[in-house]
Write a protein that binds this ligand. Sequence first.
Ligand SMILES: [Zn+2]
Length: 252
Amino acid sequence: MNAARLAERAAALLWPRRCPFCGAVLGADAALAAVCPDCRAEEQRLRHTPPRLPETEHTFTALSAAFGGYYYAGAVRHAILLCKQYENPWYARELADLLAVRVFGAMPAKMPGGRPGYQNLTGLPLFDVLAPVPPRPGGVMADSLPYQLAKRLGQVLALPLDPVLVMTRANREQKGLDRAERLRNVRGAYAARPGTDLTGRRVLLVDDIITTGATVSVCALALQQAGAADVAALCLAADEELTVEKRTDVKT
Ligand SMILES: [Zn+2]
């Protein structure tokens, strides 16, 4: 066992892992080694199955594919708020582990605090590098959820993390804007750092939430301009219309 895994195991003994959806301490009965029994049904309800995001709900350009682990609703929405508002980076670790299992077919860790095992059993395209969607100007990259998700995914999938993208100008918050406004708002707002050479590389772009697809599309374009041969996007949560059986506000 290498030093990083040994350190993880020691940390798991000292600081018990918690369910990223509600904060409860995880026991040996945690589903996928990361979800407490109380949140199990909610985690299953909000799974984005299959993980590929439909082009009927999003508009993607410069991307070969986009994947999401969950729908942006209920407990998943709450988990993202917990990550963002209370700066709990360990939530991001548990959520990234769930993504590795849900999207990439990794084997769940045997116990909370372990690391999922990954063998590319799903046959998904292999990527050379992970690139997080960067924070707004003035934001700290290491504190951003996309970076934290990508960092942990890199550890599980054995892929290097390269935060090559930067936001070159402040824009308005995307929230509340329609599809066309969102695209206008982010156009030209992202670029690869000067001198970045991604020639021939296959990049997996990581974001926390994909809504219309405007941000990841503009980021993918910037990666292509830096030479990337292929760009796919991965998000924790896709903001889409829930199907009737996934909704809790209607009787089926
Ligand atoms: Zn829970």
